[in-house]
Design a protein around this ligand. Structure first.
Ligand SMILES: C[S@@+](CC[C@H](N)C(=O)[O-])C[C@H]1O[C@@H](n2cnc3c(N)ncnc32)[C@H](O)[C@@H]1O
Length: 266
């Protein structure tokens, strides 16, 4: 990834923006669906006491959940120093020895030896990567996974490669986040090309229609609404609320695809 892409992403995920995401999704979470969505993501994946990599770990919410529920030993990597500080400082005491987070530069290899992990996962991150970085990332996922290890990805996709719907395009411009449009078919081929087998795709758009409706309900509740408006003003609040309604509607109509991939390193 060239530096400007990392800078652009880090400039978008400010402390304020992350707090706004937490108001929408819950503490330490930067993607929708909470515990239900995480359980769905790891359905049929053995996690008990496994060594796990979280690529793009954000504020650590997913890692905390997996460590608490499955005693998984989770290593998170991130390009954003504020996320690393936030995740490290919020580590719950009872799982402090199980979760760790480290900063990566975005163009470097993952800082782990070959075949280090039983499971590699990434939630809502790959969509930010331009092609060259995405290719290197899949190569690295393959390298650091043990033989027989599982790759688990949740990502936001489009029905048309290289093109978002006008509604999604508006959102991208409002939030000035780089998002690259891949289709389920191209994604499957990309994973196979990098040596993954048994690649399984599931369309979770129906579940995510509900999760985004839950976010709309949560943001509309009196306490969260007041907290949001007090901190960021009515205009920003309305922009966020409408953004989640648009994501919900894109999921509902197939203009945006909430995608789950499960693959094996043979
Ligand atoms: C939508 S957030 C998801 C965070 C977390 N996975 C979650 O679900 O709560 C996307 C995250 O990807 C991170 N990210 C973007 N590009 C990255 C890269 N090249 N390497 C590592 N992390 C990256 C961002 O800093 C951000 O924290």
């Amino acid at each position: 990834m060239n530096k400007s892409n990392v800078d652009q992403i880090n400039a978008s995920y400010t402390k304020e923006y992350c707090h706004q995401l937490e108001l929408a999704y819950g503490n330490n979470m930067m993607s929708e669906g909470g515990a239900e969505a995480i359980d769905q993501m790891f359905k049929n994946v053995a996690l008990n006491h496994k060594k796990v990599l979280d690529f793009g770990s954000g504020l650590g919410g997913v890692a905390f959940y997996l460590a608490s529920k499955h005693q998984a030993q989770v290593a998170g990597v991130e390009i954003n120093p504020e996320m690393i500080d936030g995740a490290l400082s919020k580590r719950p005491d009872n799982i402090k020895d199980l979760v760790d987070f480290q900063l990566i530069k975005g163009d470097q290899k993952l800082p782990f030896p070959d075949q280090s992990f039983d499971v590699v996962y990434s939630r809502g991150v790959i969509v930010h990567l331009p092609d060259s970085q995405r290719e290197k990332t899949f190569q690295e996922f393959h390298r650091v996974l043990k033989k027989g290890g599982r790759l688990v990805i949740f990502d936001w996709l489009s029905p048309k490669k290289g093109q978002w719907s006008p509604e999604m395009q508006d959102l991208i411009e409002t939030e000035s986040l780089p998002l690259y449009a891949h289709t389920p078919q191209s994604y499957i081929k990309d994973l196979q090309r990098h040596g993954f087998s048994d690649v399984k795709f599931s369309d979770l758009s129906e579940n995510h229609t509900k999760y985004n409706q839950d976010v709309v309900d949560r943001l509309s509740s009196k306490d969260i609404k007041n907290t949001f408006i007090k901190a960021y003003g009515e205009t920003t609040y309305t922009e966020h609320l409408n953004g989640y309604k648009d994501i919900r509607d894109c999921n509902k109509t197939g203009k945006g695809i909430s995608a789950h991939f499960l693959a094996v390193k043979q």
